[in-house]
Ligand binder design. Structure first.
Ligand SMILES: Cc1ncc(COP(=O)(O)O)c(C=O)c1O
Length: 414
């Protein structure tokens, strides 16, 4: 069994659930290592979306069966997300256009709470989706300052550095659950302890975390957490978990006739039942992966732990070929024995070739799909470069694909 993890022994079964895992739509066999930008879609999610789109396009909230069923699918999707995140119930789950839009919406809702003398704390390794909403609040005078927690040389969050920034004037601490550039997973429980010594709200951008690790919002005691369906094998469209009391208390921008209760009061316009049905299918898939027995949320937790173990094997193999390799500078944690807090996301700068060249050679000569860009990451700016190459794996990737990538990289860098 490759890698020795239980998921590795079921990998062909897992891969068969993803219609485009072996070949692209043009029939080209390729290794897909661009999951952080947008994951491959689960076949069952696309089917659920299609079936719901065809059969339940009638608007929900009327008495006819098709309308009632459209509403049911929305609520079932909310419940699925609640199961995924270990949230108390579907009424804590708000949907929106994207994680970026949901974080902006949250920042608008917070305006009424602010007096202009507060600070907000984020980190150096945020995607701008979790930086610009806060920077805009500062630019428009709603808060005094946005403080940025540093990262270590290895691309991990500097926890004491963050602790120093949080004080009694901190209104929000908003961190990504995992860096989409470095792959470092943020020690959220430790941050929770720091935040809970103050009155600040604890917000997590979990877009890069949710595909790779079990998330338990109740245990983490976060106030808000966002992630995106298209990074989790589903459709576009994103979700915001909010603590019920916070969703009740805050006053988001809304149209007057819209319901005043959460989650609806947070949502702009009508919902798409097909998007919820697709997410429900993803959570069912994860529950299947986690095995029979007990509640769906427990099965999902088991699946995510199996995914972590398999991804750790992949990461070890990736680091074996990338860490300390001449011809490139690897950003992010390099220790193959310390993978507990690491997602299988690897960014690097070639030392004497352009990132464009490496991406092109990997694609044309080795059929490996990686990407180079700035990834909307504040960390790329801090590295002093305009783009990096990123290989971003998911649980359906195999050790064979890692070998293909590393061999292709040897040729690309030669
Ligand atoms: C960590 C992280 N946060 C936020 C986003 C933005 O997500 P969305 O496209 O849903 O706005 C991304 C997208 O790459 C991301 O990687």
């Amino acid at each position: 069994v490759a890698g020795g993890s239980p998921l590795a022994s079921r990998l062909s079964e897992v891969r068969s659930r993803f219609p485009r895992v072996e070949t692209d739509a043009f029939g080209r066999r390729r290794a897909f290592f661009d999951n952080g930008a947008g994951a491959l879609v689960l076949g069952a999610a696309a089917q659920a979306e299609h079936e719901t789109r065809i059969n339940f396009s009638a608007e929900h909230d009327s008495i006819q069966e098709e309308s009632v069923e459209a509403g049911r699918r929305i609520e079932a999707g909310r419940q699925a997300v609640a199961d995924l995140l270990h949230a108390p119930g579907g009424d804590c789950i708000v949907s929106g256009e994207s994680a970026t839009a949901l974080l902006f919406d949250l920042s608008y809702a917070l305006r009424r709470e602010l007096h202009g003398n507060e600070n907000l704390v984020t980190t150096q390794y945020e995607h701008y989706a979790n930086a610009s909403p806060w920077l805009e609040l500062q630019a428009r005078g709603f808060v005094r300052e946005v403080r940025v927690a540093p990262t270590t040389e290895e691309g991990r969050l500097d926890l004491p550095g963050l602790a120093e920034l949080v004080d009694e004037k901190t209104a929000v601490v908003s961190v990504s659950g995992a860096s989409n550039l470095f792959g470092a997973i943020t020690p959220l429980s430790e941050i929770r302890r720091i935040v809970r010594e103050t009155e600040a709200l604890f917000v997590v951008d979990a877009v890069h975390l949710v595909p790779h690790a079990a998330v338990n919002v109740a245990e983490l005691d976060v106030d808000f957490l966002v992630f995106s369906g298209y990074k989790l094998f589903s459709t576009y469209g994103s979700f915001l978990y909010g603590k019920h009391e916070q969703l009740e208390r805050l006053t988001p921008y809304k149209v007057k006739p819209a319901p005043t209760r959460p989650p609806w009061k947070w949502e702009h316009g009508n919902r798409d039942p097909a998007m919820f049905a697709a997410m429900n299918a993803v959570v069912d898939y994860l529950a299947w992966l986690g095995g029979d027995g007990g509640a769906r949320r427990d099965a999902v937790g088991r699946a995510m732990r199996a995914i972590r173990a398999h991804e750790a094997s992949l990461s070890r193999a990736m680091l074996g070929g990338l860490a300390g390799r001449p011809g490139l500078r690897l950003h992010g944690p390099t220790d193959g024995n310390d993978l507990e807090l690491r997602a299988p996301t690897f960014s690097f700068t070639p030392t004497s070739l352009s990132p464009e060249h490496v991406v092109e050679r990997l694609w044309k000569d080795a059929a490996v799909f990686v990407r180079q860009e700035n990834f909307y990451s504040r960390a790329v700016e801090a590295l002093g470069v305009s783009s990096v190459v990123r290989a971003s794996l998911a649980h359906y990737n195999s050790e064979d694909e890692v070998r293909t990538f590393l061999e292709g990289l040897d040729r690309a860098l030669a």
